[in-house]
Design a protein around this ligand. Structure first.
Ligand code: PGA
Length: 243
């Protein structure tokens, strides 16, 4: 159960969040919980999560280890800061910052090399869905992002299906629509990596709320959720985790 805070919350707000969230999820041993704050709040989140089962992830990384790349942050730096995960290829990165499948692939491998678990995001846009291109878009994104990986690399990552038209819009994919997309993703991974694909965790993301989480989580190929807006409130994210 992963929370993507996007560009929200200062370190002080992060501390206040964990104060409320930690007691609400102390007994939530059924799930792995990851919270992904913005870079300046990562150290605060790591400190606040100490002694809990909550893990901390970043929202982006660059593939170089270090160097003259002003404004960028590397996988080893995130690892050293206490992160366990990093979101890669979120649709907002693709849409606003020009990332394509080739960059996503490099970033995912860099994350793995640094010992981080990449949460690799894929998802079709509204016009793709309306034109009947959902399946081909997902297959292209999966093959483009993961196709050059080894089986061991594939085994260490998480995929998130986030239909772009459902992100921050209040429009959730129905559980059936999400399940169909997850099945396409698993099938494509099966084609690339064989039986290991059965163990892949595929998260659904896009207007996940406490109310729609049970029906989504009931779908066979939905193994978790990646939550934006509803993860900003500790009560609401705890209700999702404890669905
Ligand atoms: P949302 O965002 O839950 O606010 O729709 C999901 C995401 O972009 O990860």
């Amino acid at each position: 159960m992963a929370g993507n805070w996007k560009m929200y919350k200062t370190p002080a707000e992060t501390n206040a969040y964990f104060e409320a969230f930690v007691p609400l999820t102390r007994d939530s041993g059924h799930a792995d919980i990851v919270i992904c704050p913005p870079f300046p709040a990562l150290a605060t989140a790591v400190a606040a999560a100490e002694g809990t089962a909550i893990q901390v992830g970043a929202q982006n990384l660059y593939w170089g280890r270090e160097g003259a790349f002003t404004g960028e942050v590397s996988g080893p730096m995130l690892k050293a800061a206490g992160c366990s995960h990093v979101i890669v290829g979120h649709s907002e990165r693709r849409q606003f910052f020009g990332e394509g499948d080739a960059e996503v692939a490099r970033k995912a491998v860099a994350a793995l090399d640094a010992g981080l678990t990449p949460i690799v995001c894929v998802g079709e846009k509204l016009d793709d869905r309306e034109a009947g291109r959902t399946e081909s878009v997902l297959m292209t994104q999966i093959a483009g992002a993961l196709g050059a990986m080894s089986a061991a690399q594939f085994a260490a990552l998480v995929v998130a299906y986030e239909p772009v038209w459902a992100i921050g819009t209040g429009r959730t994919a129905t559980p059936q629509m999400a399940a169909e997309a997850h099945a396409i993703i698993r099938r494509e991974c099966q084609r690339l990596f064989g039986d290991e694909a059965a163990r892949l965790r595929i998260l659904y993301g896009g207007s996940v709320k406490p109310e729609n989480t049970p029906a989504l989580m009931a779908q066979q190929d939905i193994d978790g959720v990646l939550v934006g807006g509803a993860s900003l409130d500790p009560q609401s994210f705890a209700a999702i985790v404890n669905y």
